[in-house]
Design a protein around this ligand. Structure first.
Ligand code: GLA
Length: 726
């Protein structure tokens, strides 16, 4: 709900209030964000004061330092020395900005973000507020958009900047959201890591100065995810105040928190200003990506469920996912580049009767690809490996009752390719030789003709082979950024323009092939973000398929993204990334919380192992309703303990699945009780593995007994079912 009362504007979700106020001098003050409070006059609620070395402005009938006023969208150059949300270089070459309130509008639904991924537009459940601010001397207007997703306790924000003057201006910085808090006792929580070690949970306390996470890689990155939370210093999974922020964007970003001299905190999220600038001619306007905010006073778990719910109810393909996940057998770790008809036939034969429904032909099938040195861009079958094309493979799939999926990497080009021979200038390059990574170059997606040509090539592929599933990879980050097609003053627009080009291609392909299940991937989880999930309902979580590492990665990823958006496969041991050997059952149960599949040479397995696959697939199908519609609870963190535990609970609380992974064996150790969450307190739950029935309340307060298994890297699972009430 959105309301107004005099100069005060209120946004309300089921459990939160967000309040702003137009001050007497036209500044837009941020008043409050937190647990829901009644709508009332909030003019008493301010700590404005005069401070030395902080310029004074006239506000609310007195003088106060601009540095002490919390703001909705702060600027630089007029007395507030904290980090600005927007920096405009005006026609006079200066960067002194001032934004004052002009008008506002409340509408039902949500303004569209043309060309960008974002939460639903045509939803009747949503209302939006747009506040227009003007810099009259600078000649530009800023419109702050807020959309309220009431049930999910999410507020979506983005900003539109319009040149209303007579001369050109440059945007040097434009955050999607900015938020001031008059406190600094927060932990800054983020998801950090590296290739094969994505989204490890890390927190550090704020102190005077700035903490920020950034990407300047042209991708949201393995290293730092476009998410951060400000939490109470003592917040846990189930208690404490938590503010969560995430961007619906997949390129360069920055999320930072600055603590001022007076102990206030300014949180900002948006495009990374280091690789950004945008020139606006008179009459032109600019849109930032969307940023999401949520608040929970029940700790991190509740924050995660807000993000999960808004994603699966309102985010593009995640919300209108058709049918369930395919259960895959992927060729990568079974064959790497060395794919052939013969090997595929043997693999398919060995998968007979196991319940696996889709075969995915990973890298190595196209151009004259033998390794990673060639053929990206040549999206036609490798004649040497597949004489006459992929028809025989698709026929084989049909014969074995499976669907056909394929791997592509549309944004890239190899020097050794027909595409490069035809268009050597289509890669990103400057005056220097472009830097290679994995022996490949990046296509200039700011150029429409490049996007068009790649569309045609991929569309032909998907049409010709009745493809039902696509794994869309992106195996390097951007260097040498800039484009031959852009004038000098627009070169710094490249990073954003590239991403907009990628989104154009994704939008077209996913609409034209709406029955195809697209999976995002970037060397595993290098682009795991809400931007990607708008186009593709699932993402290959990490190239690390080792079960023990995966428990951590999936645990960290679940902070923001719903389990059903992750994919996980059972792979061979010793594991190809870590050399570790884990039990087959551990690999299966670790992957069960995600979109499920196999990535190993099934024909080399024993009959007993194949039998286990049959059981695992059957179990996955049983767990699917919990995975898609249930609530996810983290019970024990592998980052702070030797145990990784999570729980899926059905919406109606009648069923639950508990996973407990032991990260290592501790000799001769005691046991412990694992307290469950989200059950119906008065419900009687039958616990299959223990053969007992207990009250939900007991299981949440006293817990389940856990004894460390004697085998290394073991897992324990519990299936709970509520008994009918008499
Ligand atoms: C990336 C992916 C892998 C695999 C390879 C193929 O690294 O994450 O799963 O598809 O590319 O080259």
């Amino acid at each position: 709900m959105i309301g107004e009362n005099g100069n005060t504007l209120y946004l309300e979700t089921a459990h939160t209030s967000y309040i702003m106020r137009v001050l007497s001098n036209g500044m837009l003050q941020h008043v409050y964000y937190g647990a829901r409070i009644p709508r009332e006059d909030m003019s008493y609620y301010q700590l404005f004061r005069e401070r030395s070395f902080s310029p004074m402005i006239q506000v609310e009938g007195r003088e106060a330092s601009a540095d002490t006023i919390p703001q909705e969208y702060p600027v630089f150059g007029r007395g507030d020395f904290r980090r600005p949300a927007v920096v405009v270089e005006t026609a006079d070459g200066r960067m002194v900005n001032e934004l004052l309130y002009q008008s506002h509008e409340i509408v039902s639904g949500k303004p569209a973000l043309a060309g960008l991924p974002s939460l639903d537009v045509d939803t009747r459940e949503t209302a939006s507020l747009s506040v227009t601010l003007l810099d009259s001397a600078g000649g530009y207007e800023v419109v702050l958009h807020y959309s309220v997703f009431e049930k999910e306790d999410i507020i979506a924000r983005h900003v539109e900047i319009r040149n209303v003057g007579k001369e050109g201006i440059w945007l040097r910085e434009a955050a999607s959201l900015s938020l001031d808090f008059e406190r600094k006792d927060f932990t800054f929580l983020s998801l950090s890591g590296a290739w094969a070690r994505e989204r490890q949970v890390s927190g550090r306390p704020l102190g005077q100065g700035t903490i920020s996470i950034e990407s300047r890689r042209g991708a949201s990155s393995h290293q730092l995810n476009p998410f951060a939370a400000l939490t109470d210093l003592s917040a846990t999974e189930t208690s404490g105040e938590v503010y969560g922020f995430a961007l619906v964007y997949s390129g360069d970003f920055r999320i930072g928190a600055e603590v001022s001299q007076f102990g206030s905190t300014r949180l900002q999220a948006g495009l990374n200003p280091e690789t950004f600038s945008w020139y606006l001619e008179p009459g032109e306007s600019f849109l930032t990506p969307e940023g999401l905010m949520t608040y929970s006073d029940y700790g991190l778990g509740e924050m995660s469920r807000h993000f999960h719910n808004v994603c699966r109810r309102h985010l593009g393909k995640c919300a209108d996912r058709r049918g369930r996940h395919p259960i895959l057998i992927n060729s990568w770790e079974a064959m790497y580049f060395d794919v052939s008809e013969e090997k595929i036939q043997t693999l398919l034969e060995s998968c007979q009767g196991l319940g696996i429904d889709t075969f995915v032909l990973d890298d190595g099938w196209f151009g004259h690809r033998r390794d990673d040195t060639s053929s990206l861009g040549d999206w036609f079958a490798n004649e040497e490996k597949f004489p006459g094309g992929l028809d025989r493979i698709t026929r084989l799939c049909r014969q074995y009752g499976m669907k056909f999926g394929i791997w592509i990497e549309p944004e890239m080009i190899s020097r050794d390719s027909h595409l490069y021979a035809e268009h050597p200038d289509w890669c990103i390059h400057g005056r220097r030789e472009p830097v290679e990574s994995r022996n490949q170059l990046v296509l200039d997606f700011s150029r429409q003709e490049v996007v068009e040509e790649i569309y045609e090539r991929i569309a032909a592929l998907l049409r010709n082979y009745a493809v039902s599933y696509v794994k869309w990879d992106c195996n390097r980050n951007l260097t040498d950024i800039g484009s031959d097609s852009l004038p000098k003053e627009r070169q710094r627009e490249y990073s954003y323009r590239h991403m907009l080009g990628v989104y154009r291609l994704m939008d077209r392909l996913t609409k034209a092939f709406s029955d195809v299940c697209f999976e995002g991937c970037s060397g595993g989880g290098g682009r795991f973000d809400f931007g990607m999930l708008y186009y593709m309902p699932q993402i290959w979580t990490s190239d690390d398929s080792d079960a023990v590492e995966r428990q951590k990665i999936q645990y960290g990823t679940s902070l923001v993204y719903p389990p059903a958006a992750m994919t996980a496969h059972v792979s061979a041991c010793p594991n190809h990334q870590t050399g570790r050997t884990t039990p087959f059952g551990t690999r299966g149960e670790t992957a069960q919380m995600c979109g499920y599949g196999y990535e190993l040479n099934v024909s080399a397995l024993s009959e007993a192992e194949r039998e286990r696959i049959r059981g695992q697939v059957k179990r996955h199908k049983e767990l699917e309703p919990l995975l898609y519609e249930g609530d996810f609870y983290r019970l024990k963190s592998p980052f702070t303990s030797e145990i990784c535990a999570w729980e899926l609970v059905a919406r109606d609380q009648t069923k639950a699945y508990v996973f407990v992974g032991f990260q290592r064996v501790i000799p001769n150790c005691g046991g412990e009780y694992l307290r469950l969450q989200g059950l119906k307190a008065e419900g009687r739950y039958r616990i299959r593995q223990l053969g007992t029935t207990q009250y939900g309340d007991t299981l949440m307060k006293a817990g389940l007994p856990l004894l460390m298994p004697e085998e290394e890297y073991g897992v324990t699972v519990f299936d709970l079912e509520m008994e009918d009430e008499e």
